[in-house]
Design a protein around this ligand. Structure first.
Ligand code: ATP
Ligand code: MG
Length: 452
């Protein structure tokens, strides 16, 4: 079903008022792909003030979201629908913003300004599918192709370069050769694009199913978007553990991580510090001492540049910083890691480490063993989180008042609580009040302090 009931009502209202109205862009593409759930964008022949009247007359709430570009948002229940007047973009000033927009009379002209053929289709119940640039054929052939002259389209708006990669990654489509050639030759124009917009497309790209191929094939574009990655390209890793250069290892590791933006971002940045610390010993073997700490600093710089939220920055930087710190997988205490960096961060760290390991040299027994140990740790972490197992002093069944009541004071209170936590984490005492108080009473000395 291409139109939901609300979209049908909106289209009907415009038709009744004597205007054309279509569902356009992503929702038509997704219909042919057999996926659902995205937004329905609507294009209409009515100018913006008329659009607002039509919505008001039909009792639909309207919000002026981008009136300059001819966009009004209709809010029906919990859903919102962007309604944009058919428009053509004038000349572009800065590789991003059209100097002017003009409203046009026909849907074909509106579709001509859209980025790729798969995004340049429209549908209305009366007219059926409008597909002047062969979007359906390109979906069938799994191709991302610019509408019109690709070089001109990327010069107009260089963000389309990132969007081409994004759609190639998420849809698993190839980029048509002329479009590919144009975007590779124009990738420097990304310098003119706002970091936030690049970041939004980058996150979507990273979560795509085709991300490995896209990262490897379009290295130059990725490095134009994230210049701090450039040194990883061709940075060889002559160690038994690796069989790829740093950049390709990163690309592989990204593809193995769960498709969550922050985890994929952490993978993209996890080894970003390696080129800076690389040392080759006399035997020709490469070493990357301290690369995680150096990488964490660089990752912070990348994320600040993208204006990422503090929450994302903190989470990603923590993962980069600790990604190398699980030395002996067999000796890991999950609750102690919980205590050190938090339960969710620990689980993330294990997932990041697993993705990292999978991108190592699988010929090595050691790598395969670590992978299976890491999978067990992930299962254990998930279980402990589900069981709400204690890992902080505040999770204990006793608190500071209980310790004070037993005659303890000052810094000793904290010390005792930590000792109890230690015993609980190592499974020596159960985390219930009776057991903990019993233990304390048994271990109180004559001088009224505890044996800790
Ligand atoms: P998504 O499912 O991610 O929302 P989408 O195709 O709807 O995908 P949007 O960014 O929401 O992508 O854009 C909506 C439509 O607007 C696109 O389908 C495309 O037709 C057009 N469009 C968006 N950005 C551009 C651009 N930079 N240049 C030309 N057309 C664009
Ligand atoms: Mg959309």
């Amino acid at each position: 079903m291409i139109l939901d009931d609300n979209a049908k009502r909106i289209l009907c209202a415009f038709k009744a008022a004597g205007y054309e109205a279509y569902a356009v862009g992503g929702c038509v593409r997704d219909y042919f792909l057999g996926v659902s759930g995205g937004d329905t964008d609507i294009a209409v022949s009515a100018p913006p003030p008329v659009t607002e009247n039509i919505l008001a007359e039909n009792g639909f709430k309207a919000v002026e979201t981008g009136i300059k570009h001819g966009t009004v948002t209709a809010v029906l229940g919990s859903e919102s629908y962007e309604i944009t007047t058919f428009r053509a973009d004038g000349d572009y000033d800065d590789c991003r913003h059209p100097r002017s927009v003009s409203f046009v009379r026909d849907i074909e002209s509106d579709l001509a300004r859209r980025d790729f053929t798969v995004n340049a289709m429209a549908y209305s119940p009366e007219k059926g599918f409008v597909d002047p640039f062969g979007g359906r054929a390109d979906i069938k052939n799994r191709l991302i192709r610019a509408v019109g002259d690709p070089d001109k389209r990327f010069r107009e708006d260089a963000l389309r370069i990132m969007r081409a990669l994004r759609f190639s990654s998420t849809l698993g489509f190839d980029i048509e050769p002329q479009t590919q050639k144009a975007l590779l030759s124009r990738c420097r124009l990304l310098e003119n694009i706002s970091r936030e917009r690049i970041y939004t497309e980058l996150l979507k790209l990273l979560c795509g199913k085709n991300v490995f191929a896209v990262l490897v094939k379009y290295q130059s574009v990725i490095c134009a978007a994230v210049p701090q990655l450039a040194a990883a390209v061709g940075c060889e890793q002559n160690t038994p553990w690796h069989c790829m250069d740093v950049y390709c290892h990163i690309a592989k590791a990204v593809s193995f991580a769960p498709a969550e933006p922050e985890l994929r971002l952490a993978m993209l940045l996890h080894d970003i510090g390696k080129p800076l610390v690389k040392r080759t010993d006399e035997g020709g073997r490469d070493h990357f001492k301290n690369h995680a700490a150096v990488g964490a600093e660089l990752a912070k710089e990348v994320l600040r540049g993208f204006h990422a939220s503090n929450k994302t920055t903190e989470r990603v930087v923590t993962l980069v910083k600790y990604h190398q710190s699980i030395e002996d997988v067999g000796a890991v205490s999950v609750p102690r890691w919980f205590n050190r960096i938090g339960a969710q961060n620990t689980l993330d760290l294990f997932r990041v480490r697993l993705a990292d390991l999978k991108a190592h040299n699988m010929e090595k027994d050691g790598v395969r063993r670590e992978i299976s140990a890491m999978k067990s740790l992930i299962a254990e972490a998930e279980r402990l989180i589900a069981e709400k197992a204690p890992y902080r002093v505040s999770d204990l069944a006793v608190n500071g008042n209980d310790i004070t009541a037993l005659g303890c004071s000052g810094r000793e209170v904290g010390k005792v609580l930590n000792r109890l936590l230690d015993l609980v984490i190592s499974g020596k005492i159960e985390n219930n009040r009776e057991a903990l108080l019993g233990y304390l009473k048994d271990n109180i000395t004559a001088s009224n302090s505890f044996i800790v």
